[in-house]
Design a protein around this ligand. Structure first.
Ligand code: SAM
Ligand code: DTB
Ligand code: SF4
Length: 318
């Protein structure tokens, strides 16, 4: 393999890659991609919101924050059984990873966390990868999730450290990094990425990629979300992110973190087939399947099946 795994990327190097002529950038990303991955394969993951709304954090993009009036119905933590039924359906429809999201600032020990641990064990017993995103964790909680068999923990940095304070005031970048390190320490895969379209500059996108690409090891997966603007949030009027900008960030992530799964995450509903195809050519090799993300719409099985068919790509076998 010629593309070595590096952890010493500089911001300038990443910016230079990002700004290459698109044709050159995609060529380089594709060269790295096929050294480490099957270029025809895309992983499908299913998301489920196991606890919805009324979150004490003030993330400006999020429909689930109690600080914004988005008209979202809040819901208590789901029963273990209902979650496992949804996981079974997801597996039957071809998803290989099941991701459970809770609108919590942090995990609290007790009955609810014990239920989440049961959910993780149940998803693993179905033969699926299990992922959770539950907010901040202590080391003991991360260790217990690892013991339950959790494959990956999603905890996004969203943007650069410099821009972070413009988007969230109730926690710091440092808080986020601390949880990520605990997850890693517990031996769980780190799923960490960001959102484009928050009003950030290109250097903020590079700042995020730099933080991720200089971690050792690199994250197991890197979700690249396009903001889904939700009425009632401070970012409701943000303009859509051009597909080409998504592709540039994905390609830079692919080159800098060759082994990571790069997930074309939220925002696909608004993207054309061509823009999504460009993102796959840039090195994205995972998507969220099904007609719902956590609380907002996603393209759904039929549109995705038609897209993958057109592209001659598959989500079966790795
Ligand atoms: N509360 C936990 C946390 O924030 O870590 C887990 C759930 S939270 C909804 C998971 C991720 O969804 C966030 O980190 C953010 O990156 C993404 N997200 C939330 N709202 C979004 C939106 N409107 N558009 C795109 N991504 C969004
Ligand atoms: C991630 O990076 N994107 C997913 C998953 N990780 C948890 C969540 C997207 C949420 C989009 C807004 C919503 O549906 O509520
Ligand atoms: Fe809460 Fe997570 Fe939404 Fe922030 S992104 S408001 S922490 S659910």
């Amino acid at each position: 393999m010629s593309a070595e795994i590096r952890h010493d990327w500089t911001r300038a190097e990443l910016r230079a890659l990002h700004d290459l002529p698109l044709t050159e950038l995609l060529f380089r990303a594709q060269s790295v991609h096929r050294e480490y991955h099957d270029p025809a394969y895309v992983q499908r993951c299913t998301l489920l919101s196991i606890k919805t709304g009324a979150c004490p954090e003030d993330c400006a993009y999020c429909p689930q924050s109690a600080h914004h009036d988005t008209g979202l119905e809040k819901e208590k933590l789901m029963d273990v059984e209902a979650v496992l039924e949804a996981a079974k359906r997801a597996s039957e429809s071809g998803s290989t990873r099941f991701c459970m999201g809770a609108a919590w600032r942090e995990v609290r020990d007790g009955e609810q966390f014990d239920s989440v641990l049961d959910m993780v064990r149940g998803v693993r017993a179905l033969g699926m990868e299990a992922c959770c995103t539950l907010g901040m964790l202590t080391q003991d909680q991360a260790d217990r999730l690892a013991e339950a068999g959790l494959t990956a923990y999603n905890h996004n940095l969203d943007t650069s450290e410099e821009f972070y304070g413009d988007i969230i005031s109730t926690r710091t970048y440092e808080d986020r990094l601390r949880t990520i390190s605990r997850v890693q320490q517990a031996g769980i895969g780190v799923c960490c990425g960001g959102i484009l379209g928050l009003g950030e500059g290109i250097d903020d996108r590079i700042g995020l990629l730099h933080t991720l690409a200089t971690r050792n090891p690199h994250p197991e997966s890197v979700p690249v979300n396009a903001l889904v603007p939700v009425e009632g949030t401070p970012l409701e009027d943000r303009p859509p992110v051009p597909g080409i900008e998504m592709a540039r960030v994905i390609a830079t992530a692919r080159i800098a973190m060759p082994r990571a799964r790069v997930r074309l995450s939220a925002g696909r509903t608004e993207m054309s087939d061509e823009a999504q195809a460009l993102c796959f050519m840039a090195g994205a090799n995972s998507i969220f399947a099904g007609d719902k993300l956590l609380t907002t719409p996603n393209p759904g099985e039929d549109r995705d099946a038609a897209l993958l068919e057109q592209l001659g790509m598959t989500s079966v076998g790795a």
